[in-house]
Design a protein around this ligand. Structure first.
Ligand SMILES: Nc1nc2c(ncn2[C@@H]2O[C@H](COP(=O)(O)OP(=O)(O)OP(=O)(O)O)[C@@H](O)[C@H]2O)c(=O)[nH]1
Ligand SMILES: [Zn+2]
Length: 316
């Protein structure tokens, strides 16, 4: 039988078959995934093959194969430095929720998030939430940011999870796909999920109340079906993606506007810093590239993200 993992608690996996039946499954033998030392071999979103087994009149499944992953996101263990934890696999898209204030979302956060999502090959859609609370000035800021990010290919939608404004647009993008919601604590993720699918109310409440989760607690993602053919992966305690290690030369490839220009730089290993005849620096001077994006690029390159990591990413 083949199915998809909806939930995992470490040793047991809840798997849903194509016929819509749920089975509790265990793993047979050991799985190794190339290049990754992971604390969990199978994650939510994985498609697995399993066979049924009956003991004491209880039917359960034994997983013997994982299908290739389209993508997956990992979190580094805080204590076991070399180990990673796979949060979830086979994600179609992530909605990054942004608020201008209450709480503020800075472009450095947005850009690092986007770089990581690009590195994981996960499509990101930007949702500017709480537009019902914004005055003219704040709305202008939303417009400006939406302009910056649309120009480089990211879809941007202004929404209000509270009043329901444009929530139908979000729902139509979610249809037949597996989506995640990310963003700072308080941006309105639970409120939006509840607006999208009120029957999930209880679960999201439960999750947002788990504020005791410290660094030593392992958190598990869970997948939920909705009534309109969309699936949501909820990742308690993890509002971001974790940090991907990348080489300096690679960083620019995850900024679409920088990637597009790099073949026009004089040096093919140009890092777009002080090099002569750099197409990226020229585009910056010509206002073709947003200064905030370039600043984020340089910050990531220089590893000026330590504060960012501890303040906004891991401990949220
Ligand atoms: N005015 C307004 N308030 C909103 C909107 N969306 C969410 N809120 C409020 O913002 C607060 C935080 O919303 P949550 O949905 O709990 O935020 P969250 O992102 O799930 O937060 P965590 O669970 O801590 O990660 C709540 O008081 C919501 O009522 C919105 O569109 N407009
Ligand atoms: Zn360059």
């Amino acid at each position: 039988m083949t199915g998809q993992v909806y939930k995992s608690t470490g040793s047991w996996y809840t798997v849903k078959t194509q016929l819509g039946e749920f089975y509790q499954c265990r793993i047979k033998g050991k799985f190794r995934i190339k290049g990754i030392k992971s604390t969990n071999p199978i994650a939510v979103g994985d498609v697995v093959d399993f066979e049924l087994e009956t003991s004491n009149d209880e039917v359960s499944g034994v997983i013997y194969n994982i299908h290739d992953r389209k993508n997956f996101i990992v979190r580094k263990s805080v204590n076991l430095s070399k180990q990673t934890h796979i949060i979830s696999a086979n994600i179609d898209q992530v909605f990054l929720m942004i608020t201008i204030d209450n709480p503020p979302t800075f472009t450095s956060f947005i850009d690092r998030f986007l770089v990581t999502a690009e590195a994981y090959s996960i499509k990101t859609i930007l949702l500017f939430n709480k537009i019902d609370t914004y005055n003219e000035e704040t709305l202008l800021e939303v417009k400006y940011l939406a302009h910056v990010y649309r120009k480089i290919g990211y879809e941007c939608i202004g929404i209000s999870a509270k009043t329901g404004k444009n929530v139908d647009k979000v729902k139509s993008l979610m249809k037949d796909k597996v989506s995640m919601f990310s963003g700072h604590s308080g941006v309105g993720k639970s409120t939006l999920v509840n607006a999208i699918e009120p029957s999930l109310n209880l679960k999201t409440k439960e999750i947002s109340n788990q504020h005791m989760q410290g660094q030593h607690t392992t958190t598990f993602a869970e997948m939920f079906d909705t009534s309109f053919g969309a699936r949501i992966i909820d990742t308690p305690g993890i509002k971001g993606f974790g940090v991907v290690d990348m080489d300096k030369e690679e960083v620019g490839d995850y900024f679409p506007e920088i990637f597009e220009l790099k073949q026009d730089c004089k040096f093919n290993n140009c890092l777009h810093l002080q090099e002569p005849k750099c197409a990226v620096k020229k585009a910056l001077d010509d206002d073709e590239i947003a200064y905030s994006r370039y600043r984020s690029y340089v910050q990531i390159l220089e590893g000026e993200d330590e504060n960012y990591r501890t303040d906004n990413w891991d401990n949220e």
